[in-house]
Design a protein around this ligand. Sequence first.
Ligand code: ADP
Ligand code: MG
Length: 261
Amino acid sequence: MWLDLAGVSASIDARPIVTDVHLTAGPGEFVALIGPNGSGKSTLLRTVYRSLRPSAGVIRLDGLDLWGMRPRQAARQRAVLPQHGQGGEGFSVAEVVATGRHARKRPLERDGAADRAAVATALDRVGMGWAADRLITTLSGGERQRVLLARALAQEAPLLVLDEPTNHLDVGSQLLLLDLIRSLGLTLLAALHDLDHAASYADHVVVLRDGRVAGHGPPLKVLTPAFIEEVFGVRAHVGPHPITGRPHIAVASQNPAERNG
Ligand code: ADP
Ligand code: MG
């Protein structure tokens, strides 16, 4: 699926938060949205998952105006993995994942064999099939985030929008989730806060600063040390990763305290 944002602006309480953003993600492409806290990443994503109507510009999915669609039609096009995996108290993992099927059914339609199969497939894809009958509140943060990813997959939408999906996860769970997301073959738009993750996983980065696009393109073309210093106010170094040999972004404070050994 093609996602295309053309001149998108968004305001909250009449205050402009995001201004004139252009962005394209092609089928199977991973576009990472990065930028300092408060730069407007979540606000921009809200316009794509339809919780905030743009004040200007247009968002197209395969050429169709997202905000012109009926809610159910839009829900079949794009799924969302939110920032904090909260909610679902009292529900089993399978029940939570089954809510991802709502967009694909008529109102109040019961779960059928196709729904149960989609739930099982989605849980298997994220390696959580073993937990189908567990209460979601009994899972670790990383496991819960994979279940919420399964819920998004059960929706069978070709575009997946993610807002800092690895927040609060330990390093192993972060990489597991990113590997999983990358392997899905979906069009991906994800706000990421880790520059090295963006560089390793994304095909394209779009950098927001004060709600405007400050840079965009292939990660290593955009994320030069000078650019990182300008936007994030940290020193940066790009060099081969000591384990994988792939380009790696290391950052350091501009005013490090003197430390010896
Ligand atoms: P990011 O996700 O990049 O950290 P946000 O999109 O959350 O940035 O926030 C961008 C700006 O919009 C911030 O100044 C923030 O305070 C403001 N903002 C975000 N959501 C709201 C809201 N619901 N009400 C008022 N201001 C908001
Ligand atoms: Mg945010």
